[in-house]
Design a protein around this ligand. Structure first.
Ligand code: SF4
Length: 356
């Protein structure tokens, strides 16, 4: 069986607050406190299939961008591994690791900040292919024209500079720059979040067209479930650094299992069967510096029981007809509410949880 193009295995990232001079003095005197640790990503495992677009959703601060940066090798992991085509990138010889990194590109939220203001559009797009020896100088004009056309820009744009472009044009340049090295994976990190709604729609349509044309798999990171719905094949939901639900898009919208996913859905305008009375999110996202014990979601969960405050639920398979893989990290099997019904108390805890 062919290995997934990208696998994130038990990936974690912990940030430790750096001590200031006062902390260092207190530490030396034995009066210091242990350094604060922020667990941004906590043991997330995901795999990306060939040609698919995997949506990763969660509130700001849930660790989704950190996860994307680790996947793109822009940030080292504190634990776990990233595998490209079945091989851990950290174990690859230098030249193969470089090739793997070239194959995983990232498009960022702020296209202006991610473009060098002193480079023309053409230079910005062709810089990486030249560095990697993927194109000869005499091939540049044709290659550039082809990339610009692919993202809906005219060849004349090649001589412009970032400050001369609109937000949507800059994001198109960012996408062309990622495509320029013919990557197998592109990670879009809140790639439309900074754009006006009408421009958002244009960029989403562009991404849908590029996906249709094939040639790469992608992870689409967003705080907006509605945006992710438009473009993703499967959806992963993160909460305070943990993966809490994973299923194909239609399953997430038709039969969401985790109360957090249901709360997110309560804020999304949806049609038909999915328009049910889910309980909206209450309260603020707890600080990742001191996440609640047990199930991190329990202070905001309308179904929380005593066990939720003590035990962290493991990701387990939810029964779905037709062999669809649906994973959820909740102790309970919660019935889907009818359009009229309010929240239903949970039945008995499930015992057959397992890792994936
Ligand atoms: Fe809510 Fe408990 Fe399920 Fe967590 S484990 S989502 S607190 S019911």
């Amino acid at each position: 069986m062919t290995a997934p193009v990208l696998e994130l295995n038990d990936l974690s990232r912990v940030f430790a607050r750096r001590d200031g001079w006062l902390d260092r003095m207190l530490n030396r005197a034995g009066l210091g406190k242990p350094p604060e640790r922020l667990v941004a990503v906590d043991g997330v495992s995901l795999s990306l299939r060939d040609g698919e677009m995997l949506g990763v959703v969660g509130e700001s601060g849930c660790g989704k961008s950190t996860l994307g940066r680790m996947a793109a090798q822009l940030l080292p992991a504190s634990g776990g591994e990233v595998r490209f085509r079945g091989r851990a990138i950290s174990d690859l010889p230098r030249s193969e690791a470089r090739d793997a990194r070239r194959n995983i590109q990232m498009v960022f939220q702020n296209p202006y900040a991610s473009l060098n203001p002193s480079l023309s559009v053409g230079d910005a797009i062709m810089e990486a292919p030249l560095t990697h020896g993927l194109v000869r100088r005499r091939e540049i004009p044709d290659r550039l024209a082809s990339l610009l056309s692919k993202v809906g820009l005219s060849p004349e744009m090649a001589d412009r500079f970032p400050h001369e472009l609109s937000g949507g044009q800059r994001q198109r340049v960012g996408i062309a720059r990622a495509l320029a090295v013919s990557p197998e994976v592109i990670i879009f990190d809140e790639a439309v979040a900074a754009l006006d709604v009408s421009v958002q729609a244009q960029i989403l349509n562009l991404l849908a067209d590029l996906k249709e044309q094939g040639g790469f798999s992608s992870i689409f990171i967003s705080h907006d479930l509605n945006v992710v719905r438009f473009i993703s094949d499967r959806i992963a939901i993160l909460y305070l650094g943990r993966l809490v639900e994973l299923a194909d898009r239609d399953t997430v919208f038709a039969r969401p299992h985790h109360p957090y996913t249901r709360a997110l859905l309560s804020e999304v305008p949806v049609l038909g069967a999915a328009r049910r009375r889910f309980t909206p999110l209450k309260g603020e996202l707890p600080s990742p510096l001191s996440p609640p014990p047990g199930c991190h979601f329990h202070p905001r969960c309308p179904f929380a029981q005593e066990i939720c405050r003590r035990e962290s639920p493991r990701l387990r398979e939810v029964q779905e007809a037709g062999g669809t893989t649906h994973l959820s990290a909740c102790h309970f099997d919660l019935p889907q509410p009818s359009p009229e019904a309010g929240p239903t108390p949970p039945p008995h805890p499930k015992e057959d949880s397992h890792d994936t």
